[in-house]
Design a protein around this ligand. Structure first.
Ligand code: SF4
Length: 343
């Protein structure tokens, strides 16, 4: 049995002809899979019964299994998915007003072991294939129905730029009119600051959004929170991001998780202002941390969050404050997998 999503349109047309079927069914099959999130050939009601049988005998659509599905009171839904080799990954869907955002994982585990992240706790296991990433999106698409899946972010488990080729291949399918048809500007690649990946991305000619997890504006604190900083320190990272925005004319978003007693003081806000002020194509997205009991992480009080934001705004830094969602279902990356593994 083969994964049907590994076939291009032309490849599927050829395959259909070899079954004695019409090539034009390939477009119908693409539409069933990517537009209607059909996970079973039996659902493809406008195909002749014989073609559906042939497809079923030769292919499968989705190689993942849902192990657990959690729904938060705010509408956020989180899926724990098993890969064919029994490794577990997470995908999240976040409906907010007219937007429905899917969040996918790019790796099983992660080698960077950020101190606030549950995904790093069990270390890196392997990269996901393009097909496995698309399987995640298919489940999210199905979850979003009858609403459209409007945005897609690579902010789940793993560092997407460490899995560059497979992630870029998936981005092209997510963006393609024959695929999920999600506009490039609605697809976000989120990196911990892997410089070679950012440099490579700047030459792709893609309109995707780049988001960089910063979380501290001085090297000592950032290296403590994010070991990636020892390899790619702030000065080099900021220069690379400025080169990226100069070359692509695209904004770079810096994610900053606010953690009580760690990186949320006014002093920390001033450091961040110094690092980014005067740079028009930079934006800071402040995110109060979820509480993660295993890591003794908790968000600062609301008053500290507002002081922090006020300091950035006063220094001319374009700043947004994101409301943390899915708190009651452990929506931060890696938390569901972790709690399941402990059962
Ligand atoms: S925050 Fe991202 S880069 Fe850091 S350990 Fe978690 S998944 Fe890896």
């Amino acid at each position: 049995m083969k994964d049907i999503k590994e076939l291009t349109l032309k490849g599927l047309e050829e395959k259909l002809k070899s079954f004695g079927a019409q090539a034009y069914h390939a477009r119908q099959i693409f539409s069933w899979i990517y537009k209607k999130a059909a996970l079973d050939f039996g659902q493809m009601s406008d195909l002749p019964a014989g073609v559906r049988v042939k497809l079923k005998e030769n292919f499968y659509i989705n190689g993942l299994r849902i192990i657990k599905r959690l729904e938060s009171s705010d509408g956020t839904r989180k899926l724990l998915l098993a890969l064919k080799d029994a490794n577990l990954i997470e995908a999240v869907i976040i409906p907010v007003k007219e937007r429905v955002t899917g969040c996918v994982s790019a790796q099983v585990g992660c080698k960077w072991a950020c101190s606030f992240c549950a995904s790093g706790l069990s270390g890196f296991k392997r990269n996901l294939t393009c097909s496995e990433i698309i399987d995640e999106v298919l489940y999210l698409k199905k979850e979003s129905l009858p609403r459209a899946l409007t945005h897609l972010v690579f902010m789940g488990t793993g560092e997407p730029l460490d899995n560059y080729a497979q992630v870029l291949a998936a981005v092209k399918i997510i963006n393609s009119p024959l695929g999920f048809n999600i506009g490039a500007r609605r697809i976000t690649l989120s990196t911990s600051g892997v410089i070679p990946g950012i440099q490579r991305l700047s030459g792709e000619g893609l309109q995707v959004e780049l988001s960089v997890s910063l979380h501290a504006a001085d090297d000592a604190l950032r290296s403590k929170l994010m070991p990636v900083n020892k390899k790619y320190p702030l000065k080099d990272l900021i220069k690379t991001c400025k080169d990226y925005s100069a070359r692509t004319n695209r904004q770079v978003t810096f994610e900053y998780i606010l953690i009580k007693g760690v990186n949320s003081s006014l002093e920390n806000a001033r450091d961040l202002s110094r690092l980014l002020s005067g740079w028009k194509l930079a934006k800071v997205n402040l995110i109060p941390s979820n509480s993660i009991s295993e890591l003794k992480v908790e968000p600062p009080p609301r008053s500290d969050i507002l002081l922090f934001k006020g300091c950035l705004v006063k220094h001319g830094v374009n700043t947004t404050l994101r409301r943390e969602r899915g708190e009651d279902i452990n929506a931060a990356c890696g938390q569901l997998r972790l709690s399941y593994a402990k059962q």
